[in-house]
Design a protein around this ligand. Sequence first.
Ligand SMILES: NC(=O)C[C@H](N)C(=O)O
Length: 335
Amino acid sequence: QTKKKMTKTLPRVTILATGGTIAGAGESATKAAYTAGKLSIDILLSAVPQIHDKAQIKGEQIAKIGSQDMSVEVWLKLSKRINEIFEEDSADAIVITHGTDTMEETATFLDLTALSDKPVVLVGAMRASTAMSQDGNKNLLDAVIVAADPNSQGKGVVVAMNELVFDGRDVTKTITTSTSTFDSRNFGPIGLIYDGKVNYYYQSLRNPVKKFDVTKATSLPQVEIIYGYADASPVTVDALLNTNVKGIVYAGMGNGNFNAAVGNSLEKASKKGIIVCRSNRTGSGRTTLFNEVDDAALGFVVGDDLNPQKARILLMLSLMETSDRAKIQTNFFDY
Ligand SMILES: NC(=O)C[C@H](N)C(=O)O
């Protein structure tokens, strides 16, 4: 009898590139200045040949932007492409290269709209590809390792940065310039990457029971964020009253509090049918119902532990389906 050689087939990982500092290039290894999103996917992949030992890799360019220019248009394109790839079964997992500035928003958006249970991993860099000790190559290799690991299935969209894995729902950028910028302030990382392997320690119980199908959407209802601060004037809220804005996320003081002047205007907005969602500017913790604010009387909802930029994503998606405040509040408590 001939011994059959056992060849393990590597998982198929498609890398969707959107730009960011991971694809950034500057003039010298020691200067901080650079332009984000300059390098194409082919150059990114050729810089890390080790990824081919971990997975069968395909690359696609979705956008070439600094993530400060991320938009609903690109989110919809990304989400549709992810659903299509898994639907046609052309990959087992997806890695998305992305700028770090708005990675947390994209993570939340995709977590709520990627319909499959298969791994979707976001990755970026804090130092441009041309910088000394650039972090992009190692982060990309780690992201492929995470994507290729069967244990990454069913975790929702995750972010792999700086040898840590975060739940996309919770992750946030916490430091303007450091490579250790990503954190989940309430809950910490769910996994650690080391020596070519990911180990998971925790898993969120709040991964979406409900997904939003945006495969046919071409836009989302407009939602703006208003920042709260001492002695704020009502002009920013008032400016939204006669516009097409369907929702306001209020990044309130403490547990989502507002001063009287802003509160009056938020109440006016609510009475006009604009959904007002209280979040907060503290950077961690929950925004809770009925603390110092009578949400029932004002018709407000609260964002629970989502920061304002994440609450905005869930509010846009919710408003796509309903303007019923109770249902929208349930979405925030379920997610
Ligand atoms: N580190 C980075 O990726 C920052 C860059 N502005 C971006 O978000 O695209």
